[in-house]
Design a protein around this ligand. Structure first.
Ligand code: WT7
Length: 653
C-alpha cells in the first residue's frame, strides 16, 4: 500500500441541520431509538436482522443459513433460490403495481417514454428469449455498451432473468477499454446501439464496438438497438451483427425467470485499482438484491408515489443499484435521462425537474459545483417544489457545495443524504437516514444497518476521535463484492491484507466526537475525477504506450469542478522534443486508450522524473508541483528535477 493522498485534518465544520419536521412526519424511519435498536441488532445478530429483512422478497426456495463467513469469503442466504428480475418486475406486478410506470425516460432530443412494470416485463421477457435464441446460457457473460435509454435496463434485466451475468461498460470508454474488458470477462456477445445523443452529436457506439472487436476477436454476436437511425451510419457485419428490432419481432413475451442460486453472479463491473488493468468486481444475486432494495427504501425514503431521479449513468455502480435494481424492487418509478446536463443549456436538469416532478434527486458533487458556477438564477427560474429529498455520491462534498445544494436546490426544506460507498460495496454503507440524522455539511454521517466501520492506523489499531486514519469495515454486509473476476488472489491482496481481519476501503477518514465519518479521499494511487475512478497506473501505461514517451508519472491535482484533475509528468525518448503538438497527440492517445474521462488536465515534460534512491517516483513532490498550476504558454520549458535527483532521499518524500 502506498500512501499517496495525504491524510490531513479538515477544517472543523460545526453546523448541523436537523431533518425538517415536515419530512420527519412521513419518514420510513423517524425515531432515533428505533434506528439504534435496529443498528445494534444488525451488528450483533446479523443473521436474525437480515433474515427478517429478506422475508419480504420473492424466493423460489428459502435459505438454509443467512450468512456463512470465512474471511475473506462470504455467502449470504445460503441455499436460497431467487431471481432479481422476478423481484424487480413480477413481484411488483403481483403487488398491484403492474400499470404503474417503472421507467420514465427523456432522451436528449426531448423524446419521452413511459414504461409500466407490465410493459417492462414484456420487453425484458422478449429480450431474454432473444438472448436464449442466440445461444446465451446461464453463467455466460454478456457485455453491454449502451447509452442511457430504456433498452439498457431492459438488457440488464433480461440477463438477470436467465442468469447470465452482465458486464456493462460505460459508453464513454474507448475501443481499447472495451476489448480489455471483453477479454478479461471472456464474453462472446455485446449488446450496443447504433449511437447515442450527447450535446446534440451522435456518440458512435457501434463503430467503437467494431473497432474493439478488431482488437479482441472472441465476440461472436453483436445486437444493435437503433437509437439514432440514418445519421449513425453503421455497418452491419453479416452473421455477426443483428438488429435488436428484427430479433424482437419473433420473440415470445413469455420467459419464466431462472431459479438462480443466491450466490450465482448477477454482474461484473470493471473498476480501477491502484495497479494494473481494471478489475472485474463480481456481485452475486441474493445479497445484492436484498441490500440494494433495503438501502433504497430507507435512505431515499421511498414510497409508492415517488419519482426517483438518480443522474448517474447506468454504466457505473450508482446506476446499477439506484437507477435500476434498488428502485424497481420498491415498485418506484425511475427517471432516466440520456444526455448531458448542459444541453441545450445549463437549465436542462431544472427544466426536467419542473416537467417530470421527481421527488428524490441524487447526483454528484462535481455536478453541483458545475451548477454553482453557472449561478443560482438558472435554478431559481424553475419550480423545484416536487423535490423532497436530495442525495450526493461519488466523492467528498465540500461544505460550500453542500450549502448551495441545501439552499438553492433544496430551498432549505429537503434533507441531504451524502452517501459513501464503492463499486465493491454494491450499495451505500455510510449515510444519513433522512428522517432521523442531523446532518453536517461534508460528512457522510453514520453507518447503515449491518455496517461496522472503523478508522484505524496501519497496524489496525483504532485511532482517536478526530484523528485521520484508514477506513475499514469490520464485518461483511450482504452486497459485498465476492471476488475479483478471475483473480481471487488480487481480491485477497487488495481488500483483505493491509489491515488484518477487515475489509480495507482504500479511503482515508476521521470520526468525530458524535461518531460521524468524514471521508478524506483515497489513500492509494486511485484518482477520483468528477466522481469517476481512475488508476494513475492506467493513465501512465496509456502514456508510455505512445512512441514518444519514455517514462510517465501521473498524479492528482485539485480541480475546482472535477474535484480532482489529472497531471501527467512525461519524459521523452531520444529523438522526440517537447511541443504543443506532442502534448495534443499524447492527450488524444490517452483518450483513445481509455476514454475522454482520462484526458489529462496538465501534461508536463521533464528530462527525468524525481526518484528516491530506491527508484520510487516522488509522487508527493509531483503533486505539489501540479497543484501549483500548469506551465503557461512555453511548453518547451522542461521541469528540472536534476537537483532533486542529486539530493535524493530514501523516503518517498
Ligand atoms: C470511491 C468509490 C459509490 C458510487 C460512486 C463511486 C469515493 C464515493 C463518496 C462520498 C466521499 C466518496 C471514495 C470511494 N466516494 N462516495 N459520499 N464521500 N467519497 O464508486 O467509482 O467505486 O468509487 O469514491 O473515495 O472509495 P467508485
Amino acid at each position: 500500500m502506498t500512501q499517496s493522498g495525504a491524510i490531513t485534518s479538515k477544517m472543523a465544520e460545526n453546523r448541523t441541520f436537523p431533518p425538517p419536521a415536515k419530512f420527519v412526519e412521513q419518514a420510513n424511519i423517524k425515531s432515533l431509538d428505533e434506528y439504534r435498536r435496529m443498528y445494534e441488532q444488525s451488528i450483533r445478530q446479523p443473521e436474525e436482522f437480515w433474515g427478517k429483512i429478506a422475508e419480504g422478497f420473492h424466493w423460489f426456495k428459502k435459505w438454509d443459513k443467512v450468512r456463512d463467513w470465512k474471511e475473506p469469503d462470504v455467502k449470504w442466504f445460503v441455499g436460497a433460490k431467487t431471481n432479481v428480475s422476478y423481484n424487480c418486475l413480477d413481484l411488483q406486478i403481483e403487488k398491484g403495481r403492474g400499470n404503474h410506470p417503472a421507467i420514465l425516460f427523456e432522451g436528449e432530443p426531448g423524446d419521452v417514454r413511459k414504461i409500466t412494470f407490465k410493459e417492462l416485463r414484456t420487453e425484458v421477457c422478449k429480450f431474454a428469449n432473444v438472448l436464449k435464441k442466440l445461444g446465451v446460457k446461464k453463467g455466460d457473460r454478456v457485455t453491454i455498451y449502451m447509452p442511457m435509454i430504456p433498452e439498457l435496463p431492459i438488457a440488464m434485466l433480461a440477463c438477470a432473468r436467465i442468469g447470465a451475468p452482465h458486464s456493462i461498460i460505460f459508453g464513454g470508454f474507448s475501443a481499447t477499454a472495451i476489448s480489455d474488458r471483453v477479454g478479461d470477462a471472456d464474453s462472446h456477445i455485446i449488446i450496443t446501439c447504433d449511437g447515442g445523443w450527447r450535446r446534440g452529436k451522435v456518440v458512435p457506439l457501434k463503430a467503437t464496438v467494431d473497432e474493439a472487436l478488431e482488437i479482441d476477436r472472441r465476440v461472436k454476436q453483436v445486437v444493435v438497438f437503433k437509437r439514432i437511425g440514418e445519421q449513425a451510419k453503421v455497418t452491419m457485419k453479416a452473421g455477426r451483427d443483428f438488429w435488436w428490432h428484427d430479433l424482437m419481432k419473433e420473440a415470445s413475451a413469455d420467459c419464466p425467470a431462472e431459479q438462480c442460486d443466491a450466490e450465482d453472479p448477477l454482474f461484473l463491473l470493471y473498476t480501477s485499482g491502484s495497479t494494473g488493468k481494471p478489475k472485474g468486481i463480481k456481485h452475486t444475486t441474493a445479497g445484492y438484491m436484498v441490500y440494494t432494495a433495503f438501502t433504497s427504501k430507507m435512505i431515499f425514503d421511498l414510497k409508492p408515489n415517488d419519482l426517483m431521479w438518480c443522474t448517474a449513468d447506468i454504466g457505473w455502480v450508482t446506476g446499477h443499484s439506484y437507477v435500476v435494481y434498488g428502485i424497481l424492487q420498491n415498485g418506484v418509478t425511475s427517471l432516466i435521462y440520456e444526455g448531458s446536463p448542459d444541453f441545450p443549456n445549463w437549465e436542462r436538469f431544472w427544466t426536467m425537474i419542473e416537467k417530470h416532478k421527481p421527488t428524490v434527486f441524487y447526483t454528484a458533487p462535481t455536478a453541483i459545483r458545475a451548477f454553482m458556477k453557472q449561478g443560482r438564477q438558472l435554478v431559481d427560474k424553475h419550480d423545484l417544489s416536487s423535490l423532497r429529498l436530495l442525495g450526493s455520491v461519488g466523492e467528498p462534498i465540500n461544505p460550500e457545495a453542500w450549502m448551495w445544494y441545501h439552499e438553492v436546490v433544496g430551498r432549505k426544506s429537503c434533507p441531504i443524504v451524502d452517501t459513501w460507498w464503492q463499486t465493491e460495496t454494491g450499495g451505500i454503507l455510510i449515510t444519513p437516514l433522512p428522517g432521523i440524522t442531523d446532518t453536517k455539511p461534508g460528512s457522510a454521517t453514520r453507518p447503515f444497518f449491518g455496517v461496522e466501520p472503523d478508522v484505524v492506523d496501519r497496524s489496525g489499531k483504532t485511532v482517536n476521535v478526530n484523528e485521520g486514519g484508514l477506513l475499514v469495515i469490520r464485518q461483511p454486509w450482504p452486497a459485498m463484492l465476492r471476488t475479483v473476476w478471475g483473480d481471487h488472489d488480487r481480491f485477497k491482496r487488495t481488500y483483505w491484507s493491509d489491515i488484518k481481519g477487515c475489509y480495507f476501503t482504500g479511503d482515508g477518514a476521521r470520526r468525530d466526537a458524535d461518531g460521524y465519518y468524514w471521508l478524506m479521499g483515497r489513500v492509494d494511487d486511485v484518482l477520483n475525477v468528477s466522481g469517476h475512478r481512475l488508476g494513475t497506473a492506467e493513465v501512465e501505461s496509456a502514456l508510455v504506450a505512445h512512441e514518444a514517451v519514455a517514462e510517465a508519472a501521473v498524479v492528482g491535482m485539485p480541480h475546482e469542478i472535477k474535484g480532482e484533475g489529472i497531471a501527467a509528468f512525461v519524459t521523452l525518448r531520444k529523438g522526440f522534443t517537447a511541443s504543443d503538438e506532442l502534448k495534443k497527440a499524447l492527450d488524444a492517445h490517452v483518450v483513445k486508450e481509455i476514454g475522454a474521462i482520462a484526458r489529462p488536465d496538465q501534461i508536463r515534460f521533464s528530462e527525468a522524473l524525481p526518484k528516491t534512491r530506491s527508484g520510487k517516483i516522488m509522487r508527493r513532490l509531483l503533486r505539489e508541483i501540479a497543484a501549483g498550476g500548469d506551465v503557461k504558454g512555453d511548453t518547451t520549458t522542461l521541469e528540472d528535477f536534476n537537483v532533486i535527483n542529486k539530493l535524493r532521499q530514501d523516503d518517498e518524500s
